[in-house]
Design a protein. Sequence first.
Length: 320
Amino acid sequence: MLIRGGVTHPVNSFAADVREGLGRDGQKELPSKYLYDDVGSALFEVITRLPEYGLIRAEERILRRHSGAIAERLASHGIAVELGSGSGRKTRRILEALAQRQSTTYCPIEISSTALESCERELDDLPNVSILGFETEYLDGLGRAVARREPGEGVMVLFLGSSIGNFDRGPGEDFLRKIRRALEPGDALLLGTDLEKPLDQLIPAYDDALGVTAVFNRNLLARINRELGGDFDLSRFEHVALYNARERRIEMHLRSLEKQTISIGGANFTFQRDETIWTERCHKYGRQEAAEMAKRTGFECVAQWVDSEWAFAENLLVAS
Ligand SMILES: C[S@@+](CC[C@H](N)C(=O)[O-])C[C@H]1O[C@@H](n2cnc3c(N)ncnc32)[C@H](O)[C@@H]1O
């Protein structure tokens, strides 16, 4: 069964965020959530199938092998809320395992309507699972999903794909604290963290041979042209993926190949040659780091599974 919980679109926030991010004196920056319009969500699906991007397959293997064990620990958790579900392909395993024990309400929270629709289509055939999707930001959706809990019913939150890595470390912990505040003791958070690994494995995952990630990144400029009347010439920007060793993160940037001025809805933004727009950060973690973050944010890490082919950890946290 499929129900839509509602849509919340912050009016004009895309335009305001673009103006603010490109108008900065120092490093220009655009929030990574804007990478996911219709085209971006479709491109991300292609990225998940590229040989270089091992992260998603690693998490799929973990969930295929261990969903039964995860569900066993969550006997009374009848609501599963997924933050940024994407296509939901990986989530099938965990929902099947949960729904074998009890009827389950699955609430995907997505900012991208395309991703949300494909998630709902992907999982609509699961027996004993009702789908209630919310097209909105993470915490707004979490609050609305949790409000539906019946007395005594537990909530499980899924934050997969190492999307926590799109936050800087401090703000990432603040985000975990906000999730915790929306929950009750005994509720669970399944948190995927991509682990540190050799650069010859890591860099190609964000700079693949086919150039799909480059197109995914440049689509943000195309989206500004489409939706905000920008005049970016995409051929004058190149995709850059670099590893920042001090911060232990991949950074994606778009580098201006020449000095140029871009007009967006009547406002002008000047780029120097080689100046970049920072579009995404993907932090990498030590194996124990999720447990340490859990302790500092009101959770306890009760189990962890690590893939043997691609260093990726699935961490089961329980709200203290
Ligand atoms: C990197 S993808 C991961 C998708 C999926 N969780 C996976 O592991 O394959 C991030 C997803 O989160 C969504 N997203 C990003 N920022 C969001 C936000 N602030 N609120 C809700 N959804 C968001 C995007 O639209 C995208 O589908």
